[in-house]
Design a binder for this molecule. Structure first.
Ligand SMILES: *Cc1c(COP(=O)(O)O)cnc(C)c1O
Length: 428
C-alpha cells in the first residue's frame, strides 16, 4: 500500500510507515491515490465479520502484511459484534458500542494497537494523546498490557463524567493517566508541544493514536460491510448512511467502503451546533466558528481534522460530492430525537440521536435509512437520564470499573511539569 502526504505529494510512505508516523511533513495527512474495488461484494458480505474484515484489509494493505498476520490482528481486535437493529419501519441503526469501552472507537483503537505491536521492531514506543472521553478509554484498553508500548493520556480534570474517567484511569500498568488543571484545548496544546519537543519526541518515541492514523480509518471501513451483511439483499442499494460526525474519521471510512464497491446510495454528515461542514456544503465557504459545548461532546469539533481526506476523495472523483448532504441538529432537536426514539422503544444517546434526526430530514420514499450508534447510552448516563426522566441500567464494563480505584495523577497546566512526569515514569 502506498500513501501520499496530502500537503506534500513528494512524501510517499508505506502502510507501516504511515501507521508509525501518524502525520506527515507540514502536518499533512497520508492517503492513498485511489482504491481498487473488491471483485465480488456479495461473496464478501456472506463471510463472517472476522473473515470478511481480514479479506478487506488484506485487499487494501497488500503485501506488507501476510494474510495470516492480518487474520491474527483482526481476530484479536474485532472480538465483539456490531449488530444492526430495526428502529422504525424504514430506519435501522448499526450498534458500534459492544466493545470493551462501549464506543465505536474500540474498532480503530484495537486494530491500531494490534497492528503497531505486530510491526514494531521491539523498541519502546510512547502513545501520547489528549482526550475528552471516548478516545482515551478506547486507546487505553486497546494498548493495555501490550509489550514495549506505554500510553500517556491527558484529560481535563473534572470535565469528563466520572464514569467515563474510570474507564481509562483504573487500568494502571503501561497506561499512565494525567488529570490536567485546564480544559481539553489545554491538554491538546500540551500534546502538540510535546510532539514539537525533539527531546521528548525522539527520547520517548512518541506516537499519537488519534483518528488521523490511517490504521484506525481502515479498521472502521470493515463495519460498514458488516452492516450491509445484515441488510436484506433487495434493500442493499437503497441505503442512506447517516454518520454522527466530529473529526469526520467515521464518514471518511464510509466513503472508502463505497469506493471499494459497497453500494451505499448516499451519505448524510450529521453534526451538532458545530456545523462547519454542513455550512460549507451549502455555501462553499469554509468558515469555522468557535467550538461550542453540546450534549454530544465527542462531536464538539469545529475544525475537523479528517476533512482534507474527504475533500481529496471528492476532488479525485473517488466519491461523487453530490452524494454528501450535511445536516446540523441543535440541542432542542437532539432532545426531541432522544424522546422520539425512546417512545419507539429504542434508548439512545445524543450522538446517535443526531444522526437519526438528520436522517429524518433527508430520507425519501423507497430509501432505507441507517444511522451509526457510536456510543452506548450508559456512557452518557447523566444526559440520557435527564432527557428521558428514567434511570438506565449500566452495562457490565461500566459496573466493573466504577468500583475500581482511579490511578491518575493531577498535574498543573504546565508543559514542563508534564515533561518531568513523563521522563520520571517512562525513561528507562
Ligand atoms: C468520536 C465520536 C464521534 C465522532 O466521530 P468522528 O470520526 O470524529 O467524526 C461520534 N460519536 C461518538 C460517541 C464519538 O465518540
Amino acid at each position: 500500500m502506498e500513501l501520499v502526504n496530502l500537503k506534500d505529494p513528494q512524501e510517499i510512505v508505506s502502510f507501516k510507515q504511515a501507521v508509525k508516523k501518524g502525520l506527515g511533513k507540514n502536518q499533512g495527512l497520508f492517503f492513498p491515490e485511489g482504491f481498487t474495488p473488491l471483485s465480488d461484494i456479495d461473496a464478501c458480505l456472506a463471510l463472517s465479520l472476522q473473515e470478511r474484515s481480514a479479506l478487506i484489509l488484506k485487499h487494501i494493505i497488500g503485501d506488507e502484511l501476510t494474510s495470516t498476520e492480518i487474520e491474527n490482528i483482526v481476530n484479536q481486535a474485532f472480538n465483539f459484534p456490531a449488530p444492526v437493529e430495526q428502529v422504525t419501519e424504514n430506519i435501522k441503526t448499526l450498534e458500534l458500542f459492544h466493545g470493551p469501552t462501549l464506543a465505536f472507537k474500540d474498532f480503530g483503537g484495537r486494530f491500531m494497537a494490534q497492528t503497531l505491536s505486530h510491526i514494531s521492531d521491539g523498541a519502546p514506543i510512547t502513545i501520547l494523546t489528549a482526550t475528552s472521553g471516548d478516545t482515551g478509554a478506547a486507546v487505553a484498553h486497546a494498548f493495555h498490557g501490550i509489550d514495549n508500548i506505554n500510553v500517556v493520556i491527558l484529560f481535563p480534570e473534572g470535565k469528563i463524567s466520572p464514569l467515563q474517567e474510570k474507564l481509562f484511569t483504573t487500568l494502571g500498568g503501561n497506561i499512565h493517566t494525567f488529570a490536567i488543571d485546564g480544559d481539553f484545548d489545554a491538554c491538546q496544546a500540551m500534546v502538540k508541544t510535546a510532539f514539537d519537543d525533539a527531546e521528548v519526541r525522539d527520547g520517548l518515541h512518541l506516537n499519537s493514536a488519534n483518528s488521523i492514523n490511517i490504521s484506525r480509518l481502515l479498521a472502521q471501513v470493515c463495519y460498514y460491510f458488516e452492516a450491509f451483511s445484515q441488510i436484506d439483499k433487495n434493500d442493499r442499494d437503497k441505503v442512506v448512511l447517516s454518520v454522527p460526525s466530529g473529526n469526520f474519521g467515521n464518514l471518511t471510512a464510509g466513503m472508502i467502503a463505497k469506493a471499494l464497491g459497497l453500494p451505499i446510495k448516499r451519505f448524510v454528515a450529521a453534526t451538532n451546533a458545530n456545523d462547519t461542514v454542513p455550512r460549507y456544503l451549502k455555501t462553499g465557504e469554509w468558515e469555522p466558528n468557535d467550538t461550542v459545548a453540546t450534549m454530544s461532546n465527542a462531536m464538539d469539533v469545529s475544525r475537523p481534522n479528517n476533512w482534507p481526506r474527504i475533500e481529496a476523495m471528492i476532488e479525485r472523483g473517488i466519491i461523487d460530492g453530490a452524494l454528501l448532504n450535511g445536516v446540523a441538529i441543535d440541542e432542542e432537536s437532539t432532545m426531541i430525537a432522544m424522546k422520539e426514539l425512546a417512545n419507539k422503544g429504542y434508548i439512545s444517546e445524543p450522538h446517535a440521536a443526531i444522526a437519526y434526526k438528520a436522517l429524518e430530514h433527508t430520507l425519501e420514499d423507497g430509501e432505507v435509512g441507517l444511522f451509526l450508534g457510536t456510543a452506548h447510552p450508559a456512557k452518557f448516563r447523566e444526559t440520557v437520564e435527564n432527557v428521558l426522566g428514567n434511570p438506565i441500567a449500566l452495562p457490565e464494563p461500566l459496573v466493573k470499573c466504577s468500583v475500581e480505584k482511579s490511578l491518575d495523577e493531577s498535574l498543573p497546566n504546565d508543559y514542563q511539569a508534564l515533561k518531568a512526569a513523563m521522563f520520571e515514569r517512562l525513561a528507562k
